[in-house]
Design a protein around this ligand. Sequence first.
Ligand SMILES: Cc1cc2nc3c(=O)[nH]c(=O)nc-3n(C[C@H](O)[C@H](O)[C@H](O)COP(=O)(O)OP(=O)(O)OC[C@H]3O[C@@H](n4cnc5c(N)ncnc54)[C@H](O)[C@@H]3O)c2cc1C
Length: 398
Amino acid sequence: MNSETQQHHLRVEVADWMTAHLSGEFACLQYRGGPGDEEAYPALRKKWERELASGGWTGLGWPKEQGGRAMSVADQVIFHEEYARAGGPGRMGHIGEGLLGPTLIACGTEDQRKRFLPGILKGTQFWCQGYSEPGAGSDLANVRTRAVRDENGNWRVHGQKVWTSLAHDSDWIFVIARTDAESRGNRGLSFLLMLLDQPGIEIRPIKQLNGGAEFNEVFFDGALAAAEDLVGTPGDGWRIAMTLLGFERGMSTLGQQMQFIRELEWVVDAAHEAGVANDPLIRQRIARAWSGLRVMRYNALRMLAGADADEGGGALGREALIYKYYWSNWHRELGQLAMDVLGPDANVIDRADAKRTRLQGVFLFSRADTIYAGTNEIQLNIMAERGLGMPREPRGTQ
Ligand SMILES: Cc1cc2nc3c(=O)[nH]c(=O)nc-3n(C[C@H](O)[C@H](O)[C@H](O)COP(=O)(O)OP(=O)(O)OC[C@H]3O[C@@H](n4cnc5c(N)ncnc54)[C@H](O)[C@@H]3O)c2cc1C
């Protein structure tokens, strides 16, 4: 079978599987979940993860010896496109499967891989990311959470994380903590895996402006991280943390674009319904949004092909530098366009009007897109320094 035929078969197989399985009790999950809608059916979406796993649709890019399917980038793209086209729900297992799993494969011990990868693959163990702190966001190296060894050689963690997405729905958290009390900046940090349900950890939800509470503050007061749950060596945490971030721009971005296509369709429908489809400025902005989507798609394919050649090791090319900046600003503009199309109605909340509510949701959540996974200003700094070779800005703490 040539690769085009094989890819066509895969596309049909995924589409058929989604039709057959995103039905019955899972039907209500269609188009639900994901950023801005994480509070939709969390328990059922976890069950859906197990459904995906039993169909063999987790760990697609992971090596076979780690329980994955070692699929090519092209095949993974097909899966994510068909998943999104069918309205597959936002993935509860994304942080484990997309971020921690590949990091443990790259940097973990055999024992860590044995203990953690199966639960991630089977959709029975959920993870969250404990990086940001009140004084360490863009300047992540300023982490103050500290871990000290106890008499048994384990680590006791003290401090606070913030903006921890889905901590309240997770089983485990990976944490960057300072294990060398004398150190500054990105030295002396370690990467720890911690069970969330234990004495010494308190999770407090943060209420968002869209009414939800998808992320949390997480407080550590002497909580335990077992000696064998430190990834790499003490002091090597920055390298591990950066390896993980290299996986953040991964494959699922293509599925995200299918969601963007759908949102643009909602905006076009709303323009017709609001009688502004003939407004020349609105039409131009819609056309610009459409062309932006095409640019995004081809840039993502270029970026992922580069990552494939690098076997996902995190050394993404220049395309990756512009990618996050491009999609997040595109999405924020789409949210603004949606509000302009709705006109004065955009200012009124009416939960009975599902179409209006979903566009308001796009607007509100898209404001966060240019903050998480690197703010606009940080992305521009990175492009200037790494892409264009301009002088590094002064770093106070490194
Ligand atoms: C929806 C959402 C989900 C998140 N989920 C998680 C999560 O699960 N786990 C986690 O650890 N974190 C999470 N975060 C936190 C996110 O990583 C941080 O918000 C982000 O890194 C920015 O840090 P900060 O909020 O501390 O802002 P700051 O770093 O304080 O930045 C404030 C402003 O200053 C600007 N600025 C900062 N430094 C510079 C500079 N050197 N040059 C120019 N301008 C600068 C920034 O661009 C920004 O405009 C999430 C955030 C959001 C919005």
